[in-house]
Design a protein around this ligand. Structure first.
Ligand code: SAH
Length: 223
């Protein structure tokens, strides 16, 4: 993969960020996040036959009907979490493991949950091979979060839910941030930033219209 292709992706992220600043209020992604985007080899996370497209600023299929998100969206969601090197965070929807690899470079520990067994196994193997030692992945329905390691400084959901799962809000630290696409499974969705205030209350801000694969429920407690 050429440096040229990677630089093209980084430029395209910066351009998308400027174009969407009217929605997001953000004219640039922080240098730390851009550095992580520049470091993680995205070609490892896409199917072999699509490697030539790995540094296009677009989502790609990863099998099982799922996708690896668009690099700009990965950068934006990571930036919205305001990652700090001491943070412990949770991801719901590990998919290829790409978002986990990016975020794990910026924080102390990342827990991630993936509902599709084949994807969970593949992401686990790949993240280990790439030396992402501060990521722990488990297979399951992420609706209930991962209470054993809560509370989290940040939670990122990479599949579109019809509502914000209450257990995820409860697993946020005061001052913590939750980034989640909310809306219809294949219709209008909004990227939300939910913040748990210091006094324990929640505030929510709509950031950008987005298109994510649906959040699927398998849990026994499924409504
Ligand atoms: N973050 C991923 C994006 C993958 S797409 C990446 O960087 O590649 C979203 C993923 O969420 C899919 O793999 C899908 O299987 C998973 N998912 C959907 N509903 C889920 C649920 N309830 N719990 C955990 N994972 C879920």
């Amino acid at each position: 993969m050429t440096r040229e292709q990677k630089n093209g992706m980084l430029r395209s992220i910066a351009t998308d960020c400027r174009f969407t600043s009217g929605y997001t209020g953000k004219t640039a992604i922080s240098p730390r996040v851009m550095e992580a985007m520049a470091t993680v080899p995205r070609e490892e996370f896409v199917p072999h036959q699509l490697r030539q497209l790995a540094y296009e600023n677009s989502p790609l299929p990863i099998g099982e009907g799922q996708t690896i998100s668009q690099p700009f969206i990965v950068a934006l969601m990571t930036d919205l979490l305001c990652p700090d090197k001491d943070d412990v965070m949770l991801e719901i929807g590990a998919g290829s493991g790409y978002q986990a690899a990016v975020l794990s470079r910026l924080i102390r520990k990342l827990y991630t949950i993936e509902v599709v067994p084949a994807l969970a196994e593949r992401a686990d193997r790949l993240l280990k091979r790439l030396g992402c030692d501060n990521v722990e992945i488990r297979q399951g329905d992420g609706y209930q979060g991962w209470p054993e390691h809560a509370p989290y400084d940040g939670i990122i959901v990479t599949a579109a839910a019809e509502h914000v799962p209450p257990p995820l809000k409860e697993q946020l630290k005061p001052g913590g941030r939750l980034v989640i696409p909310v809306g219809r499974p294949h219709g209008a969705q909004d990227l939300l930033l939910v913040t748990r205030e210091r006094d324990g209350s929640f505030s929510s801000r709509s950031i950008l219209p987005v298109a994510f694969v649906p959040f699927t429920r398998t849990g026994e407690d499924k409504p």
